[in-house]
Design a binder for this molecule. Structure first.
Ligand SMILES: *Cc1c(COP(=O)(O)O)cnc(C)c1O
Length: 406
């Protein structure tokens, strides 16, 4: 077809540009269930790329909860899609049960379940602030927060990563009348570092701004009860809007917000991705309740995970690798150059280890890295294989085998 008659022809050009820059992504197929070992495109790999931190995505207890929820509905004869917005007829007893559980989990007055963490962030920010208001957002916040800020049409001020002083300065310089919202990830997904929540909470209190935290990578992992970084740092009460996911450590799908009754009432009425979106299937809520049971009953899962991460960082840094400011189950190996990171990832993959390479624009120029995500499912042998391979890679480079990659 003549290009001038083909209104989508530009897509070929744009995809071509991505491909030429080595940035085009191709879908892969995971043939196995999610877990510490996976089969991808016919290859068995030790999986250091998932967010399934507590190894619950393939847990039999969650599967049993799903079967149970289907059985109890009309004698198990029906599938159980929610079929409508929660405001119409989509909300079920399981949604109500899960929201009660989540409110208890976070010791909050109320909770609201969204079909994804992405939706929870976007919809919540846009429901809290609008034109004439201001959002103050960490420069490394997740895409869903960035999109939420744009969607809200509030003026957005981006503060330097983890810099509560800069945040304070920006808030101090903002003299307009509107509402002010501070929003931050608690665990940052690429560097595995943690936001200075004590200092941020102090700024929020002094400046009278709302504080929203996204605990996506911390739910179930941090804090004595697994509530997240705010719990670990003792600042839960300073957080006005707590966002978490069911889709990472809890092994399910969905996002949630907990907070005061009036906050949740407002979101129920005004968060558009909640109001105008079909509720998640209620059997997912049943699985999430089972996952919350595990978080409550097996605190050693999160303790062991964080201890393993600590040991892994020590092993890497002893070998001269840079793990940045990681202090979580996400352990980056910062290699700098983008091509070197991708070659490194490829070399590990050829040894049966899946560790995603991360490059710009996801990370800053010159900060390309391999992102090791640990889960409770990794055995000592898995970890040992990774360490050996990374050490082997360093030795190869010293011998100049891959020296031309740099
Ligand atoms: C993954 C992630 C989300 C989105 O959660 P989903 O449930 O996967 O949509 C939100 N915030 C952060 C920081 C995340 O890493």
């Amino acid at each position: 077809m003549n290009d001038s008659l083909d209104p989508l022809a530009w897509i070929d050009d744009k995809l071509g540009v991505l491909e030429a820059r080595g940035l085009r992504r191709w879908p892969m197929v995971r043939e196995s269930g999610q877990g510490a070992e996976i089969d991808v495109d016919g290859q068995r790999l030790v999986n250091f790329g998932s967010n399934d931190y507590l190894n619950l995505a393939g847990d039999e207890r969650l599967a049993a909860a799903v079967r149970g929820a289907l059985e109890e509905r009309d004698g198990g004869a029906r599938f159980g899609g929610a079929g409508a917005s929660p405001l119409v007829t989509g909300r079920s007893a399981w949604h109500a049960r899960l929201e009660t559980r989540l409110a208890e989990f976070n010791r909050a007055e109320a909770a609201l379940v969204f079909s994804s963490g992405f939706a929870a962030n976007c919809a919540t920010i846009a429901a809290l602030v609008g034109a004439g208001d201001a959002v103050f957002s960490d420069e490394r916040n997740h895409a869903s927060i960035i999109d939420g800020c744009r969607l809200s049409r509030a003026e957005t001020f981006v503060y330097r990563h983890g810099d509560a002083g800069h945040l304070d300065e920006l808030l101090g310089g903002y003299t307009r009348q509107g509402k002010r919202l501070i929003v931050t990830d608690t665990v940052f997904s690429m560097d595995g570092d943690v936001a200075p929540l004590v200092e941020i909470a102090d700024v929020a209190r002094r400046r009278g701004a709302m504080l929203m935290t996204d605990e996506a990578h911390a739910t179930g992992v941090f804090g004595a009860n697994g509530r997240g970084v705010a719990e670990a740092l003792g600042v839960c009460d300073a957080v006005d809007v707590h966002v978490g996911t069911l889709s990472k450590a809890l092994g399910c799908a969905g996002g949630f917000v907990t907070g005061s009754r009036r906050l949740i009432d407002w979101l129920f009425n005004r968060a558009r991705a909640y109001v105008f979106s079909t509720a998640p299937p209620d059997f997912v809520c049943a699985a999430a309740c089972a996952a919350l049971d595990v978080v409550r009953d097996e605190p050693e899962r999160r303790a062991d995970l964080l201890a393993t991460a600590e040991r892994l960082r020590t092993r890497f840094t002893e070998q001269g690798w840079d793990t940045g400011r990681s202090c979580t189950q996400i352990v980056p190996i910062v290699v700098g150059d983008a091509k070197r990171a991708m070659d490194f990832a490829e070399s590990l993959r050829s040894r049966g280890l899946f560790v995603p390479g991360i490059r710009p624009p996801t990370v800053a120029l010159g900060r390309s890295l391999l992102r090791v995500s640990l889960t409770a499912g990794h055995s000592a042998e898995h970890i040992e294989r990774l360490v050996e391979a990374v050490i082997g890679e360093a030795a190869d480079e010293l011998r100049g085998i891959s020296g031309d990659r740099v």
